[in-house]
Design a binder for this molecule. Structure first.
Ligand code: SAM
Ligand code: SF4
Length: 352
């Protein structure tokens, strides 16, 4: 089923109330089992497609979920709402004091969810083994180029060696498969994609190239200034032999390709969020660092679970609110619709 078949979000309103039992279903029949938890909106890099050089107005500390609030919400998701995988993100999750406690709490839940982390890798070298011991299963490290100068230009920080060390430590700690997330620069990105894939194949990391989405804080995104999946694949094909991965894709956002020798074999994924939206298969529910549930990265509506928790609501009430938020999930992100409006929150404050 495609998003077009599902209908235009603005024309279709949720009907009735969300079912009180079962999984986190929406009116299109999708069931969310993958929880993305943003631990902080702060970050120690300033990737140009994500944040301005001066940073942003960070969320005030008293608006952030405490460790106890966070683990209570994750517990409700896992034990009552059918969530079976939890990914911690941000902002930069490694700068949040909640990371290890939240991983350990999630790892102690029954049924135990799969626990993953998306990070820029700064400081990961020091912490990978500890995170593994706390219960982390695997990691995605963001890396847009293996060229140190370009890295410094894209992230506005000269920290490539720290990221490379973080990747090595993650692999050594068994946080596998280690995946590398790349958002390509519009000018140098096709060259970067080729050298990134070579680097990932050599090290046994799985590269995922993500189309740039309109989620930058400055609202400067322009389709013509981004690289789409077709051009990325053409560039890779000029250097590597690729064939479609035969494994069923399921709800995975990346279309996977097998890279055939002679030197190295492996896989590469392309996440065509804009040019070939996969909203019809979306299984995500999102919790921001200030306790708002979002049914979609591009939601313009949020459900305030922090206010519920702080008003003394019991787990039944929180569960019902979460179900209601997901029931109203729109059919698709609408980026390609003429009336598309970018959400107010940037990616770093939602959790990518
Ligand atoms: N700071 C961590 C990191 O960079 O991995 C976690 C948060 S970051 C927002 C999560 C992912 O979102 C990263 O892989 C990043 O490259 C990606 N991202 C950020 N802004 C994006 C955008 N406008 N379009 C597509 N992906 C984006
Ligand atoms: Fe920070 Fe991640 Fe955004 Fe880069 S993409 S500025 S590392 S939150």
């Amino acid at each position: 089923m495609t998003v077009t078949e599902l209908g235009v979000p603005s024309l279709r309103r949720p009907v009735g109330a969300a079912p009180a039992t079962g999984g986190l279903i929406d009116t299109y029949g999708r069931v969310a089992t993958d929880l993305r938890v943003s631990l902080t909106d702060r970050c120690n890099l300033r990737c140009t497609y994500c944040m301005p050089a001066e940073g942003l107005d960070w969320l005030p500390g008293d608006e952030l979920l405490t460790t106890a609030e966070l683990t209570r919400l994750i517990g409700i998701a896992v034990t009552r709402l059918g969530v079976d995988s939890v990914r911690f993100t941000g902002g930069e999750p490694l700068v949040s004091p909640n990371l290890e406690p939240a991983i350990a709490a999630a790892a102690a839940m029954s049924p135990r969810p799969e626990i993953a982390l998306t990070t820029n890798g700064l400081g990961l070298a020091r912490r990978a083994a500890r995170l593994k011991a706390a219960g982390l299963n695997r990691v995605n490290v963001s890396l847009d180029t293996v060229d140190a100068d370009r890295f410094a230009t894209i992230t506005r920080r000269d920290r490539l060696p720290d990221v490379l060390a973080g990747l090595e430590a993650a692999a050594a700690a068994g946080l596998t498969p280690v995946k590398v997330n790349a958002v390509l620069d519009p000018v140098t990105g096709l060259d970067d994609a080729v050298s990134l894939l070579r680097f990932c194949l050599e090290h046994g990391y799985q590269l995922r190239i993500i189309e740039q989405m309109p989620l930058d804080a400055g609202h400067h995104w322009q389709r013509d200034n981004t690289l789409d999946a077709d051009s990325i694949l053409s560039a890779l094909r000029a250097h590597f032999e690729l064939e479609p991965d035969p494994a069923p894709r399921g709800s995975a956002p990346a279309e996977l390709w097998r890279v055939l020798g002679p030197e190295h074999t492996g896989t590469v994924g392309v996440v065509a969020s804009v040019s070939q939206a996969f909203c019809a298969a979306c299984d995500r529910t999102r919790l921001t660092a200030d306790g708002q549930v979002r049914s979609c990265l591009f939601s313009r509506e949020e459900t305030d679970l922090r206010a519920l928790l702080r008003s003394g609501a019991d787990d039944d009430a929180v569960e019902a609110a979460w179900r209601g938020a997901m029931w109203a999930k729109p059919a698709g992100h609408g980026i390609n619709d003429p009336g598309f409006v970018q959400p107010d929150r940037p990616m770093s404050a939602i959790g990518g």
